[in-house]
Design a protein around this ligand. Structure first.
Ligand SMILES: [Zn+2]
Length: 478
């Protein structure tokens, strides 16, 4: 009997915490790491009689994400109560959306290096977050309600993902888009972006869906990949030995790099969903959708494509530069300001990114303004200063925040590009080294390096190397 081939069938749910000024249904301002139970009010604590009021900003952000993923935006969607009892949820229900979500039927196209393929987005809906439980391990548990009512969008894919690589490719792209839109900081470790993965396996070629299991608590892309690989292996093992997959939820245990079975999963109807009576149906007009569409920034994939086409960048360079919107903005200003897009890309990718990585500073707070770096790129390219002087100026720019031109003057780094000055210098040096000059003329052309060294030493490194070499060669061959 031939060995059966299996393929994983994966769907992903992402909860993204929106960077709104207030919580979704009250005026409390969320703040990560705030003193427990200080960002609360009667509404988000679910006190009797307190009524929710929907934040318009939160709706706009969700619509923005819907448009970025090519979703249809429902003109009318319904908030629903998802009932459950747990100490982190003082109301005993979460306000979410059920059968009438805000956004539906989108898609996200993955690039070849991300595992290629199209991932269909089933829906995006709004909901509020629960509080946070901390278990001390000594029998005590603490609850912090600060996170109650923090706005989330839940983004749900169809089961279109076929590998761990594709799953993390999808999540990285999704995170990038959330950050481009500036609606979520995408911090997996702090939980502002949370991923739940549904996995089943089936015989390759089959159209049927197997019983799926879920993995929660995946707080890094690496954990997503490992967790999926783990679970796929496990399920294939069960099927191969003639067993059946049961519907369970697994938690990723990052400390021990393994899956821990948490509980058998409740069915959706256990939550007894019903329309939220304290909120009107959410109506979003086509005009509002159009307006949000106009404000949508250029998305990462489009931007990469434009940088390749209009600036001649390689696919790799474009993707590195466009990874973050602020970096892409910075690069674009340098490229436009200098008129030298490729040289600008080299500077941004090597010096700027290297410096940011070393110092842990964000590009928004970087001491070197894009206009100033553009100036520096032009000074080097035009021959006013040498490449090595450029590096020196750049370092000083980082430390002092001064402009390139000012530093070039202060440091006296301007290259000697006056041919008369260089000619005098070359003549003098050749006259001082008659033996080397004779050897050169007899065919030892490598000695040009020796003469260049002399010129650079004499000029204190300021001779324009291209010109110096040209003049020396001419004089030596005369
Ligand atoms: Zn509140």
């Amino acid at each position: 009997m031939g060995k059966k081939e299996y393929e994983p069938v994966i769907g992903i749910e992402v909860h993204a915490q929106l960077l709104s000024d207030t919580k979704i249904f009250c005026a409390c301002r969320p703040e990560y790491g705030a003193e427990p139970n200080t960002r609360v009010c009667p509404v988000c604590l679910g006190l009797p009689g307190a009524l929710p009021v929907l934040s318009e900003q939160v709706v706009d952000m969700a619509v923005m994400m819907g448009l970025a993923l090519g979703c249809e935006i429902a003109p009318r969607s319904i908030f629903a109560r998802k009932n459950y009892f747990y100490p982190d949820c003082p109301r005993n229900y979460q306000i979410s959306m059920y059968d009438r979500p805000l956004c539906e039927n989108g898609e996200l196209e993955l690039e070849p290096e991300e595992g290629a393929g199209k991932v269909r987005i089933e829906r995006i809906h709004l909901e509020d977050d629960a509080g946070k439980m901390t278990h001390t391990g000594e029998g005590a548990s603490h609850v912090d309600f600060n996170r109650c009512g923090v706005p989330l969008i839940e983004i749900v894919t169809r089961p279109d993902i076929r590998s761990a690589e594709q799953a993390s490719g999808y999540l990285k792209r999704l995170r990038q888009i959330l950050r481009y839109l500036r609606i979520c900081d995408g911090n997996l470790e702090e939980g502002s972006m949370r991923c739940d993965v549904n996995i089943s396996v089936r015989e390759t070629g089959s159209d049927e869906l197997g019983t799926k299991t879920e993995i929660k608590n995946l707080n890094s892309f690496k954990a997503v990949e490992k967790g999926i690989e783990f679970e796929v292996e496990r399920q294939i093992g069960v099927l191969e030995s003639g067993g059946r997959i049961s519907q369970v939820t697994n938690l990723w245990d990052a400390d021990n790099q393994r899956l821990v079975m948490m509980r058998s999963k409740e069915e959706a109807h256990d939550y007894r969903y019903f329309p939220e009576p304290d909120l009107l149906p959410l109506e979003v007009s086509t005009d509002r959708v159009k307006e949000i569409g106009r404000e949508l920034p250029e998305l990462p994939l489009e931007r990469e494509k434009r940088f390749r086409e209009s600036y001649g960048l390689s696919a790799y360079d474009a993707s590195v530069i466009c990874a973050e919107r602020s970096m892409a903005d910075y690069y674009e200003e340098v490229a436009e300001g200098s008129g030298l897009p490729k040289k600008s890309a080299n500077w941004v990718m090597r010096e700027v990114m290297g410096e940011l990585k070393k110092s842990g500073v964000e590009i928004e707070d970087f001491a070197v303004e894009s206009t100033s770096l553009a100036e520096l790129v032009k000074l080097i390219s035009g021959g006013t200063i040498s490449g090595s002087a450029g590096s020196e100026v750049f370092e000083k720019m980082v430390r002092t925040g001064k402009e390139a031109k000012v530093l070039v003057n202060e440091l006296g780094l301007e290259q000697i590009s006056e041919s008369s000055e260089l000619e005098d210098m070359a003549e003098r040096i050749i006259a001082e080294h008659p033996e080397e000059a004779a050897d050169y003329r007899a065919g030892k052309k490598k000695l040009i390096g020796f003469f260049m060294g002399q010129v650079m030493r004499e000029s204190g490194g300021k001779a324009n190397p291209g010109m110096a070499r040209e003049i020396l060669t001419k004089k030596l061959e005369d």
